[in-house]
Design a protein around this ligand. Structure first.
Ligand SMILES: *[C@@H]1O[C@H](CO)[C@@H](O)[C@H](O)[C@H]1NC(C)=O
Length: 291
């Protein structure tokens, strides 16, 4: 078993090469504002839907009592993250925006969306870590990151009955990738909010049959799948991605003009990321994806 896993990992290392998310000309203040932007979103998400779906709604959806109780805990944590980051930023702290969560219609879709939002939160803190200059902030960000990871694990396993992990490593995303996902949930923000050095790429969807949908041209593009610390590209031919794998758990895909497996940088991203979610059987092995 051990040998098999080791070979798979070596194979993964041979076919993909990992580079840390590009260092950006962002300051620690930018990173705090960026983290606060995401925490405001999470805080609003939990408070809106816990306000909308009461204990009876959760019961009707088939959830035991403790599910809503622990979601209340998570909502408190997100409020505390907002308070912590706002406290560090003082009067300059970015303020909450107006949000939209179109897929959330009941406690089930609320929990399923919460899993994905927490996963993006983990990817965001992980991707930002290497850009933080002040060591003390690394500890603060790390303490939020590990908690968000346990929110995600609890939601995906205890609530969704899936795995508490996606693989041996979580997936870091860079600022623009995370902002691209978050911006789909943001309707409008106060004009007084600080402008962050981040941009959103066009939205991307990939159909069951591999059909790539985006406002950008798909000519000469590839879909790069990013799962843990590995990445690989799959060509798009006549608007359909060829041979797209199903990496276990939650991973991401972007549309890119880059035809090699090196982790794609922002300059080569055309659209996305899109979140891929492939539940896997508990009896299946779970090495780093070798694609
Ligand atoms: C992969 O493609 C990018 C973009 O075209 C290029 O900058 C990079 O050098 C390539 N990497 C390898 C290992 O070929």
């Amino acid at each position: 078993m051990k040998t098999t896993a080791a070979i798979a990992i070596l194979a993964a290392a041979a076919t993909t090469s990992y580079a840390a998310p590009a260092k950006r000309a962002v300051t620690d203040t930018d990173i705090l504002q960026y983290a606060l932007t995401l925490e405001h979103l999470e805080n609003a998400f939990y408070h809106q839907f816990l306000g909308q779906f009461d204990a009876a709604a959760f019961k009707n959806a088939g959830f035991p009592d403790w599910v809503r109780g622990r979601l209340e805990n998570i909502a408190e944590h997100e409020a505390q993250h907002v308070a912590l980051l706002s406290g560090a930023l003082g009067s300059a702290a970015t303020q909450p925006c107006e949000y939209q969560f179109p897929g959330v219609t009941d406690p089930k879709s609320f929990a399923a969306t919460a899993t994905l939002i927490e996963n993006v939160g983990v990817s965001a803190y992980l991707g930002a870590a290497s850009s933080i200059v002040e060591k003390a902030y690394v500890t603060v960000a790390g303490s939020i990151l590990t908690t968000e990871a346990r929110h995600q694990a609890w939601l995906n396993s205890a609530v969704e009955k899936n795995s508490a992990w996606s693989g041996p490593e979580d997936t870091p995303l860079d600022f623009d990738e995370v902002y691209s996902i978050a911006s789909a949930f943001i309707k409008s923000c106060p004009s007084t909010n600080p402008t962050l050095p981040v941009k959103a790429f066009p939205a991307l969807t990939i159909g069951e049959d591999g059909t790539v949908s985006t406002s950008a041209s798909t000519d000469g593009t590839y879909v790069q799948v990013i799962a843990g610390l590995t990445s690989n590209v799959f060509p798009v031919v006549n608007g359909k991605v060829q041979g797209l794998p199903n990496p276990q758990g939650i991973s991401y895909a972007v549309l890119t003009t880059q035809g090699n497996n090196t982790l794609v940088g922002d300059d080569n991203i055309v659209a996305g990321p899109v979140i891929l979610n492939n539940p896997f059987n508990s009896k299946q092995s779970n090495p780093a994806p070798a694609f």
